[in-house]
Design a protein around this ligand. Structure first.
Ligand SMILES: Cc1cc2nc3c(=O)[nH]c(=O)nc-3n(C[C@H](O)[C@H](O)[C@H](O)COP(=O)(O)O)c2cc1C
Length: 189
């Protein structure tokens, strides 16, 4: 079995609370983004881009998420607000993959969005191949227009995922996977 197959066979998400420093350094981050941008992309539209959240900038991101949470939940107690504030402050590195799919004469939006999903998955696997733990999350604030605009997204852009990356403190026990018998059919059978 190749290393790639071994990694894919055992791949697990590591939740952000178990992702500590050190995260990828500048050269590793460059490599991760370069690899992630190599995904299949019908029409070579590059219908995605990256926003890097790192270091103290994560505190600013946390403030934005906390403010949006308070606006939605004015009665929430301080503990809940702190929990939400920390969502983008746990892993040392978070990369937002932004989908900027747009109407095109030949390439459907759906295919452009699939390409953004492939970017997320490729980054997740590449981070794990580099020896980091990683997790692909959206959370409620990926759909909050105030948060999206504060993060610099345009009205035609969406979050495909936040990829949280760091040194895994623990790897969760595996979970049940779908049985092939439930998800595979043979055409013509
Ligand atoms: C687009 C997308 C968004 C996700 N968002 C969340 C999320 O907000 N919260 C969450 O707990 N899991 C989310 N997940 C699931 C996790 O990434 C992960 O698959 C799950 O924790 C199971 O771990 P595993 O990847 O090891 O099977 C999302 C997955 C995808 C594909």
């Amino acid at each position: 079995m190749t290393d790639t197959l071994a990694l894919l066979k055992l791949r697990r998400s590591v939740p952000p609370q178990f992702l500590a420093a050190p995260g990828p350094d500048a050269a590793q981050l460059d490599q991760l983004l370069t690899i992630a941008a190599r995904v299949p992309d019908h029409g070579k539209l590059a219908p995605w881009r990256f926003i890097v959240f790192e270091g103290e900038a994560r505190d600013k991101a946390g403030d934005i998420v906390a403010a949006a949470f308070k606006a939605r939940n004015p009665d929430a107690d301080g503990e809940k607000v702190t929990f939400e504030r920390n969502r983008l402050r746990q892993a040392p590195l978070i990369v937002a993959v932004v989908s900027k799919a747009a109407t095109h004469p030949k390439i459907p939006i759906w295919e452009q969005e699939l390409s953004a999903g492939a970017v997320c998955m490729t980054m997740l696997v590449a981070a794990q191949a580099m020896g980091f733990g990683a997790c692909w999350l959206t959370n409620w604030f990926s759909f909050d227009t105030a948060v999206l605009s504060a993060f610099g997204l345009g009205a035609d852009e969406r979050i495909a995922g936040f990829i949280h990356i760091g040194t895994a403190q623990t790897v969760p026990a595996d979970r049940e996977r779908p049985a092939l018998a439930d998800i595979v059919s043979r055409f013509g059978a």
